[in-house]
Write a protein that binds this ligand. Structure first.
Ligand SMILES: [Zn+2]
Length: 287
């Protein structure tokens, strides 16, 4: 059910449209004579049409400007890639150099976060009492740990997305729906969050560099054979890491098979992809 935001719990944010703000000598002038000194993370590529000021959980203020997106086309590479999301490995692709393993920072950050959450529980104020200084400090540290993970995750996602987009003209990407995996353990929930971030970064990066990104419906991708197109009668259990086709006898690592199915579903000839043997007759690829 939708819930109302409580006025005193919602974080403050302010929006200004073109008439409400002005940039002068690197400083931000707002309506009503407020002048702010901004620490610029990068140069604005064009004149902004609006700005949003907001405060995060740590009490830091940010100014977020809206500017028209600039397209920076990249040279054609003549290569295509299929991408499958997973729990064991975040992204399995048809190219071996572009697979993305889970980053190791999750556990260390989780330990740090758990410590501060225990501190918060110990210092929890009694009903009717205001929060103690120690409680507020623990809460701040927990928020800081959260933000650190989010930033590391985004940084890693951007770097990987840039590499994939730079090296391929067409991307066939599994249209991952988070709910499919997020039912059971914490590890899966965090994998879901990581995949969500990475997929969003990849889509943004492809748009920025004018690459053709095709989202592929995820149904049955683990059951179809990438070589002959036959569909297995039963879904593979997650523990089974190898796909064996009962029709043509093809054997391949499960996620690699799924990544190749992405390519075929997106209408891309897999003969042009990496990891497909060129000696195979092209008519056997038709699915
Ligand atoms: Zn087969």
């Amino acid at each position: 059910m939708p819930r109302f935001k409580k006025k005193d719990l919602a974080r403050p944010s302010l929006n200004y449209s073109r008439r409400g703000f002005r940039l002068k000598d690197g400083r931000l002038h707002l309506a009503c004579g407020i002048v702010l000194t901004v620490v610029w993370s990068r140069q604005l590529p064009a004149a902004p049409s609006s700005v949003r000021l907001y405060r995060d959980a740590l009490g830091h203020w940010y100014a977020s400007f809206v500017v028209p997106a600039r397209v920076e086309p990249l040279p054609a590479t003549g290569r295509v890639i299929g991408i499958d999301w997973g729990v064991a490995q975040i992204a399995t692709t048809t190219s071996d150099e572009h697979d993305l393993a889970h980053a190791g920072y999750g556990r260390k950050a989780a330990e740090r976060l758990a410590r501060y959450q225990r501190m918060m529980a110990r210092r929890k104020p009694q009903p009717g009492q205001s929060a103690s200084k120690g409680y507020r400090e623990a809460r701040r540290q927990a928020a800081k740990a959260h933000r650190k993970v989010a930033r590391q995750r985004q940084d890693a996602a951007r770097k990987w997305a840039k590499k994939v987009v730079r090296d391929h003209d067409v991307l066939a990407v599994e249209d991952f729906r988070p709910k499919c995996l997020a039912k059971t353990t914490m590890a899966r929930k965090s994998a879901d969050a990581a995949i969500g971030t990475i997929k969003a970064e990849l889509i943004a990066m492809a748009r920025k560099h004018r690459r053709d990104l095709r989202l592929v419906h995820p149904a049955h991708t683990t059951m179809d054979c990438a070589r002959c197109g036959a569909r297995a009668k039963h879904a593979l259990p997650l523990s089974e890491r190898t796909y064996t086709c009962t029709t043509c006898g093809a054997v391949s690592p499960r996620d690699k098979n799924s990544a190749r199915v992405m390519l075929i579903r997106a209408g891309l000839a897999p003969a042009g992809a990496d990891r497909v043997r060129p000696d195979r007759p092209p008519d056997s690829q038709a699915a």
